[in-house]
Write a protein that binds this ligand. Structure first.
Ligand code: ATP
Length: 622
């Protein structure tokens, strides 16, 4: 084994899955190829994140790279299984195959890699059991398997004493959480109704049983004896036996705070309350009369994540409307299976995330495990048929860089959209939240990675049709899904909500867009350019027309000579880091191109994503 056999293996890899890697050819030294690192004249690292790799990994190829320590192929389009010869790469310490489309069992080859410390196989289609052979990987500190189709019980991972980052959420696992994993956060096990035990709800038969309804079962009335961690009835009832107290017109929100140390305030409240008798206690004996009023309770006093929104005051009066929908069921979209129902949402404890142009968004923690973001739309006055068609179209948009719509609720007076909850907050709060002590400076690599994933999300939207566009690109619609990764939220919403709001995205809006209903792909490119400027300057864009405070970013940046960018334009945090100066300039130049006055002079989103891809690779490959 030497650098020549490494080179031969890489060329075979290239011809199988990476034809676009033009600089991978024998006229350059192998160790200088994009994404490759060497040590002692052997290939030790392959890092090709988001590089457009597609197809199946060839067998008998990677196994020849016997000095390989790092294999990162995340965010590509790889399919099929992982070849078993990977077992020969015994020096591997890190494998990241996140966000591809691999299928089949988790390959047993992985269990013979004794030095592995970090294994990320999330967001693929791996199936089969969760093997107890993971216990072979005694050095493992990171194990991410979320969003696959693993089934059966989780084995006790008692040999993995260094494991501190762990996530298996959204698989098909069942049974009880094994002892070795009980101190992991509940989010690590989210989205699996059949799983129980600490940190989730106790298993049936345990001292304090919690019901775990099977997916798709008919909604039942709130259960008596809801535990204190369940949402609290604003009239003082804990759930059971209190339905008569829920009636009587206005329903107020109550916040129940519990202070843990001086740090944590937990306020629980009814997310949706309902009219007396609207939900029969026993559906079998008392048929439903009319339809439920949907009444989101709003959280009071909860410390907010972002300072951009006022704390929601307690709702003293619920909307007077009573939904008269023909169906009071949630409609699930895309390939989301019915893991919760309207009843679960009604019982969830909720927190206001913010009020936007289209309505209010809540974080809802369902008793059954899932955490979702619920957007309660205002001004959504599309006819039912059109609304449902549009919502299904949005649901069909599946891409790792989009926040997926899971379900919606339609009635005459209430329209709800239920999205996957993205826990790390928005780019807007990351950039403009507190910069006081404890604030971690955001590296250029992280900013470029966020820009790349946002660009890919928009590129995907544009690829779904020549007139398909997002229409509301801005930093609060870029949600962070990892350190260097993000997802675009609110896709399709601009078309779902018909009433134009004059101020919508004014700060990001392209000059030619005079009617917000006439959105276009090139207008998205403009908004994205403003977002890039925000990322690089750390400044909030403002709108001069509205006399807002702040800077009209495109106008200002277009006017500063390139020589002064380092001193005047870039975020001080970036300048201080003294790295990637060239790449910063390239990204700002791209932002300038995106914000060209004339739409035809702006690049396409495909070009934008490719240019950021280059920039990100050159900084992350270091
Ligand atoms: N799926 C989600 N997961 C986590 N946070 C979310 C999710 N969707 C929205 N948010 C956050 O909730 C807050 C409110 O979002 P919302 O979309 O209602 O308003 P906005 O993005 O500020 O404005 P607009 O309505 O114009 O998009 C924002 O801070 C947003 O980042």
């Amino acid at each position: 084994d030497d650098i020549n056999s490494d080179q031969a293996a890489l060329l075979a890899f290239r011809s199988a899955v990476a034809p676009r890697l033009n600089d991978w050819n024998s006229s350059n030294s192998t160790c200088s190829w994009k994404g490759i690192r060497c040590s002692s004249n052997r290939v030790t690292e392959i890092r090709l994140p988001a590089s457009g790799l597609y197809g199946q990994l060839p067998s008998g190829v990677l196994g020849n790279l016997t000095a390989l320590q790092v294999l990162s192929l995340r965010h590509n389009f790889l399919t099929g299984t992982i070849p078993s010869d990977l077992a020969r790469c015994t020096q591997l310490t890190m494998i990241n195959l996140d966000s591809n489309s691999f299928t089949g069992d988790i390959p047993s080859a992985i269990f013979s890699l004794p030095l592995l410390t970090s294994l990320t196989l999330s967001n693929n289609n791996f199936s089969g059991p969760f093997s107890a052979d993971f216990n072979n990987l005694t050095q493992l500190n990171t194990l991410y398997l979320q969003h696959n189709q693993l089934s059966g019980e989780i084995p006790d991972l008692k040999n993995l004493t260094n494991l501190n980052k762990f996530n298996v959420s959204y698989n098909n696992l069942n049974g009880s959480v094994p002892a070795s994993l009980r101190n992991m956060p509940a989010d690590s096990f989210a989205g699996m109704l059949q799983l129980c035990g600490q940190p989730l709800t106790p298993c049936a038969g345990a001292p304090s049983p919690a019901p775990t309804p099977a997916p798709g079962t008919a909604p039942s009335a709130p259960t008596p004896g809801i535990t204190p961690s369940a949402p609290v009835n604003p009239n003082g009832g804990g759930g059971g036996g209190s339905s008569s107290k829920l009636s009587g017109g206005a329903i107020a929100g109550i916040a129940v705070g519990s202070v843990v140390g001086a740090l944590m305030i937990l306020v629980l409240l009814v997310f949706f309350c309902r009219k007396r008798n609207a939900w029969p206690k026993d559906p079998a004996t008392k048929p439903m009369v009319g339809a439920p009023a949907i009444r989101p309770g709003e959280m009071a006093g909860l410390p907010k994540r972002s300072s951009a929104y006022p704390v929601g005051a307690p709702v003293s009066s619920a909307p007077s409307s009573v939904a008269r929908s023909s169906s009071k069921k949630l409609s699930f979209v895309g390939n989301v299976s019915r893991v919760y129902d309207l009843e679960d949402l009604l019982r969830a404890s909720a927190e206001v995330l913010g009020k936007g142009t289209f309505g209010t968004t809540y974080k809802a923690i369902l008793e059954t495990g899932p955490v979702v973001a619920v957007k309660r739309l205002k001004d959504a006055n599309l006819p039912e048929r059109e609304f449902r068609d549009k919502a299904s179209e949005i649901g069909a948009m599946q891409n790792p860089y989009l926040v997926p719509l899971q379900a919606y609720y339609y009635s005459r007076d209430e329209k709800l959209l239920v999205y996957e909850y993205v826990p790390m907050g928005s780019l807007s709060s990351l950039l403009h939240g507190s910069r006081g002590s404890g604030h971690m400076p955001l590296s250029f690599e992280a900013r470029a990675g966020i820009a790349l994933s946002a660009a890919r999300g928009i590129e995907y939207i544009h690829s779904t049709g020549p007139r398909a566009s997002h229409g509301n690109i801005k930093s609060s619609n870029v949600l962070l899904s990892g350190l260097n990764e993000a997802r675009i939220a609110d896709q399709g919403l601009a078309q779902l909500v018909t009433t134009p709001s004059l101020n919508r995205s004014a700060r990001y809006r392209a000059p030619e867009v005079t009617d917000v209903r006439k959105i276009s792909q090139k207008a998205d490119v403009y908004s994205f350019g403003v977002l890039l400027m925000e990322l690089l300057t750390g400044k909030t864009p403002s709108n001069a027309v509205n006399n807002e405070e702040g800077v009209d970013l495109p106008k200002w940046i277009h006017s500063v000579p390139r020589d002064d960018w380092q001193t005047e334009v870039f975020d001080l945090e970036l300048v201080k880091q003294q790295t990637a100066e060239q790449e910063m300039v390239l990204l700002l130049q791209l932002a300038i191109d995106c914000t060209a006055q004339h739409p035809d002079s702006r690049p396409t989103m495909f070009e934008v994503a490719s240019r950021i891809d280059e920039i990100f690779l050159s900084v992350s490959g270091r």
